[in-house]
Design a protein around this ligand. Structure first.
Ligand code: HEC
Length: 268
């Protein structure tokens, strides 16, 4: 799959679809492609069952303080649960219920890209859980937890990480920054390990992941605060709506120049 030298190549966002022209289709046809679970919920469906109340209330948080909490919590419950703890832990104090009954530590399984399988980075998963619980279901393009989650993953993929430096870092030496070009744990950690020449169990790799977790918590809090102030305009998109397959936007990162064309819906 991977062509020689692709590993370190910087891939520009969204520019590299072999099928870009072919996939430039009307919104109605694309809506048909999303019917497999990615369509909008109706308002009735979004209300949930009789015992389910969603979305949950939010009060603005300080991004720096949130990031410090996330950094320290990484050393207790790792990436995904640390992001959740940094936001929901504070909301437990500011708001109380229902956050007091949310099982934050249950999400320790997001570690290592879900139970160590290197799939989505836990900090991205944690951010999506938070944005969806607070912003709520897909009832409008302007207020959609999934789009904020998608925006976070795009930002994560194209930013030299980690961006946040804690006030009292456990590792005093400089931590190299890398661009993952992917929201996936395996690729993000792998590219950093290669650049830093540090193994998975090294204190530096752990501190790098703690700082990435804090960076995501910081940016998520910024976006949630904008949303609370009614100034949030999402940059998030759902890749499968334009790509014809679920996936990150930069297809060539894995497929090289030979990106396979997915079968397209019959309506196209
Ligand atoms: C994280 C790596 C990765 C990325 C990014 C990625 N793919 Fe794939 N893709 C794969 C792998 C691995 C397979 C399985 C290939 C196989 O088994 O031969 C695959 C399979 C496919 C297939 C079906 C199998 C085939 O060969 O026809 C299609 C279609 C496809 N990819 C299209 C895309 C498109 C379009 C994008 C960008 C929107 C993309 N992929 C991004 C890794 C990736």
């Amino acid at each position: 799959m991977r062509e020689g030298g692709m590993l370190t190549e910087k891939i520009s966002r969204r520019g590299l679809f072999r099928n870009a022209g072919k996939l430039a289709v009307g919104a109605a046809a694309m809506a048909a492609m999303t019917s497999g679970g990615l369509a909008f919920l109706s308002k009735a469906e979004a209300k949930g069952g009789p015992t389910e109340k969603w979305p949950w209330p939010y009060e603005k948080l300080d991004p720096g303080k949130t990031a410090e909490i996330a950094y320290n919590e990484w050393y207790r419950v790792f990436c995904g649960a640390a992001v959740i703890s940094s936001v929901f832990g504070q909301l437990r104090e500011k708001i109380g219920a229902p956050y007091t009954s949310f099982p934050i530590d249950a999400f320790v399984f997001l570690e290592g890209g879900i139970s160590g399988w290197g799939t989505v980075c836990g900090s991205n998963a944690g951010a999506n859980i938070i944005s969806n619980i607070i912003i709520g279901p897909r009832i409008a393009e302007s207020a959609d937890g999934m789009l904020m989650g998608s925006e976070i993953m795009q930002w994560y993929s194209e930013t030299a990480m980690p961006v946040f430096t804690p006030s009292e870092p456990k590792i005093k030496a400089a931590i190299p920054k890398t661009i993952s070009n992917s929201p996936l744990c395996h690729i993000s950690v792998g590219r950093w390990m290669k650049a830093a020449n540090k193994d998975l169990m090294s204190p530096e790799r752990k501190d790098r992941c703690a700082r990435v977790t804090a960076s995501v918590a910081y940016h998520l809090t910024e976006l949630l605060n904008q949303w609370k102030d009614n100034t949030y305009a999402t940059k998030g998109t759902i890749p499968s709506k334009s790509c014809g397959i679920t996936g990150q936007h930069n297809c060539t990162d894995c497929h090289g120049s030979n990106v396979p064309a997915p079968p397209l819906p019959k309506s196209l």
